[in-house]
Design a protein around this ligand. Structure first.
Ligand code: MEV
Length: 313
């Protein structure tokens, strides 16, 4: 059996502004999706997960299904349900610690871990840039739109500057993630921001510029692990995200609860409207901040930024 895993991600700065070509800083975190692949005797693609060994309908797992399809072509297999030239099949088992649909890049992590697992299984030996490229292509095919950020960060791990996708010196920091458990569509939020920008171009363009500047200034403090200045800049970034309408009552509650409990900085991560926020904390405050987020109605978990991208377990 081959098992591979890939990380989720957060945005330290710059979501939404990155859609307009401004700088953003994303970072992998140490919660991961794990995908195992093994050969089975029946000629089928069986999918199990997460964790409960129930066979799942491939249509409910379009990311994995699309990856399998791509490898079928790469490994030159027949266009049926078999997944090896000898007519055998494969079982794919998915476990993920990353909450689904919450802005932490869960679909990208599952996609990238599946690509790596099938790469090893079929011996195709894809380089990392090809894994990231295929991952982005899969997200595009399944979602209709996707930025390459999630799949890139999940492939390479660590701290990444967007849009040039440059891996920066690692930023080692403890983070509390607060989840509102409210789903919000990234497509809708991006489109709402575009409409706001059309109605008030002079105002919104300046806000996008300011968010981009926060990322550019922030990099200098991130690279020297100056957590308190990074936190301060995250708070400014949060104010600007609120101003473009991607906040929500629940997100604000978690953001302010975390600050009240001592977080150095806190903001939405991802598209907003629901989903998750992040709080940058000193070690001594991690549990206090997590508790405070829970008391304010969110789910909370403690994690760290991580330099590890996709890997074979
Ligand atoms: C969504 O996770 C982040 C956005 O900036 C959209 C994107 O970068 O594709 C809102």
């Amino acid at each position: 059996m081959i098992t591979c895993s890939a990380p989720g991600k957060i945005f330290l700065f710059g979501e939404h502004a990155v859609v307009y070509g401004k700088t953003a800083i994303a970072c992998a975190i140490d919660i991961r999706a794990q995908v195992s692949v093994e050969e089975i005797l029946v000629p089928a693609v069986q999918m199990k997960g997460p964790g409960n060994n129930v066979d799942l309908n491939p249509r409910k797992h379009p990311y994995i299904y699309t990856v399998v399809d791509k490898f079928r072509k790469l490994a030159d297999l027949p266009d049926d349900n078999t997944s090896s030239k000898s007519g055998k099949g494969i079982a794919i088992d998915i476990h993920s610690e990353i909450p689904v649909g919450s802005g932490l890049g869960s679909s990208a992590a599952v996609t990238i871990a599946t690509i790596k697992a099938l790469d090893v299984f079929y011996g195709t030996d894809l380089p990392l840039d090809e894994i990231a490229r295929m991952g982005h292509q899969v997200e595009l095919e399944v979602q209709g739109m996707a930025s390459p950020t999630d799949t890139f960060v999940s492939t390479y791990g660590g701290l990444v500057r967007i849009p040039d996708r440059k891996k920066l010196d690692f930023f080692d920091a403890p983070i509390v993630v607060g989840n509102t458990r409210k789903f919000a569509s990234t497509r809708k939020l991006v489109s709402n921001v575009a409409s706001l920008k059309e109605r008030h171009p002079q105002v919104i363009n300046q806000i996008m510029d300011a968010i981009g500047t926060i990322s550019e200034v922030g990099v200098n403090f991130v690279c020297v692990n100056d957590l308190s200045t990074v936190g301060e800049l995250m708070n400014i970034n949060q104010g600007l995200l609120d101003s473009i309408g991607v906040g929500s009552y629940e997100l604000s509650e978690l953001v302010y609860a975390s600050r009240k409990a001592g977080a150095l900085g806190s903001k939405i991560t991802g598209a907003g409207g629901g989903g998750c926020m992040i709080a940058l904390c000193e070690h001594k405050n991690l549990s206090r901040v997590a508790h405070s987020i829970k008391r304010a109605g969110g789910d909370a978990f403690i994690c760290r930024t991580s330099n590890a991208g996709v890997r074979v377990e």
